[in-house]
Design a protein around this ligand. Structure first.
Ligand code: HGY
Ligand code: MN
Ligand code: MN
Length: 412
């Protein structure tokens, strides 16, 4: 089966999607349920309707575009990704999987392919943790990995709850209804940029994702004592920021010391109060991200963070509280789907290799309810979550061609 993708169409759509943003190009900012996100969703739905796909949305805004198969009662094969983007991001993270999925479906259809199983393209809500502090909200709810009640009470930095914000965005109904049964899909494949340097460095066309690393997110509150930066002498201080800095360094050194290159830890956010140059910080809030492909090693870091916090709290007479926001298990891809992806690469004459995804994706949660895997394409210098994130037309087209063949094979 020939799978001749129209490069200019998907490149044009990726460029158009990048304009739905609160940043000036090449940067993209598209926070979930912002006006830009809602405009991008409406644009995407129009594309799906134009392609005669049946579109539905659930009560958290996950959007499903279905190509009915010859036997519509069989569990469908699914693909998809996200369109929300963190502040000052690039334009390929997530969007290649959403528009690439649409392009794969259009191409199969125009080549006269008729799937036996339906093929469903999913646009997941809130893959990025930007607004509610939790990543993959849509796919967590869909897979039963996040309680509907807890989700609806999640708040953004203005104190708005998910319940209020999704309602305002037009997504009503009980969040419980988002959850899908484990046998709802027969398989899921996500196309995504690697967000790392390996494929480009090794000059390999396609990554077949065998594992997705186990992510954890912590919110750490440190409370000391404020005061005048000139009048309070050093021995009397209980400086919350100095304690936070010591803890951040302890977290970094714990990740460096596990003996494995697969352990990573990042203190990504730091809010200081009252944030005045001549006032000793009385409160600090840290956002910490810890990951590893090995669950035990990832959890050993969480344990080390806890111990370091107790030591620093005693040494510096500050209070430290750690709130584990999420701590997820890793995902192991389905071998049958990985083999199907590898066969597609061979048929297309593309080089490929197995690899770990160090970023998390909606596929991490889809793997909780159906066999799943991912197709990676190279991105320039491995850069992502930055305006200079870039994937070439050739690599995007390769990824879409492999996805199209894989979906066709799985939908037989
Ligand atoms: O953080 C991640 O791994 C994903 O890009 N949201
Ligand atoms: Mn991302
Ligand atoms: Mn992503």
């Amino acid at each position: 089966m020939t799978v001749d993708i129209q490069p200019d169409r998907i490149m044009r759509e990726l460029a158009e999607l990048a304009t739905f943003s609160n940043a000036s190009l090449p940067a993209v900012t598209r926070v979930v349920f912002s006006a830009q996100d809602l405009a991008a969703r409406a644009w995407f739905k129009r594309l799906c309707v134009e392609r005669a796909l049946t579109v539905r949305e659930d009560s958290v805004g996950n959007t499903f575009a279905r190509w009915a198969g010859a036997d519509p009662d069989l569990p469908a094969v699914a693909t998809g990704s996200h369109m929300d983007a963190i502040p000052n991001a690039g334009r390929f993270d997530g969007t290649v999987g959403v528009l690439g999925g649409l392009e794969a479906i259009r191409t199969l259809r125009s080549n006269g392919f008729q799937p036996w199983r339906s093929i469903e393209l999913i646009l997941f809500t809130s893959e990025e943790p930007t607004r509610f502090g939790v990543g993959c909200v849509g796919s967590r709810l869909l897979s039963g990995s996040l309680s509907a009640k807890v989700a609806d009470q999640m708040k953004d930095e203005d104190g708005g709850t998910l319940a209020e914000i999704r309602e305002r965005a037009g997504f009503r109904g009980d969040l419980e209804s988002v959850r899908l049964n484990p046998d709802f899909y027969s398989g899921f494949v996500e196309l995504h940029i690697e967000q790392g340097p390996i494929l480009e460095r090794e000059q390999i066309n396609i990554g077949v994702v065998s594992h997705i690393a186990a992510p954890a997110a912590l919110r750490i509150e440190i409370e000391g004592e404020g005061g005048h930066a000139g009048a309070v002498l050093m021995p009397q201080r209980r400086d919350a920021f100095s304690a936070a800095a010591e803890l951040a360094l302890a977290i970094e050194s714990a990740a460096r010391r596990t003996g494995s290159i697969d352990t990573v830890a990042t203190t990504g956010t730091c809010n200081v109060f009252p944030a005045a140059i001549n006032s000793i910080p009385s409160k600090v809030q840290l956002g910490v991200d810890v990951r590893d492909v090995d669950l035990e090693r990832r959890d050993s870091i969480l344990h080390t963070v806890d111990k370091a916090a107790k030591r620093i709290s005693a040494d510096r007479h500050v209070d430290i509280s750690i709130n584990v926001i999420t701590a997820d298990a890793p995902a192991v891809s389905d071998e049958r789907i990985c083999t199907t992806i590898r066969c597609a690469c061979q048929e297309l004459g593309l080089t490929y290799r197995n690899m770990v995804s160090r970023a998390y994706h909606d596929c991490l949660f889809m793997s909780r309810i159906c066999p799943a895997s991912m197709i990676f394409i190279p991105c320039r210098n491995g850069v992502s979550h930055r305006p200079d994130e870039y994937a070439s037309e050739e690599d995007i087209v390769n990824g879409v061609r492999v996805l199209a063949r894989t979906l066709a094979q799985l939908a037989q």
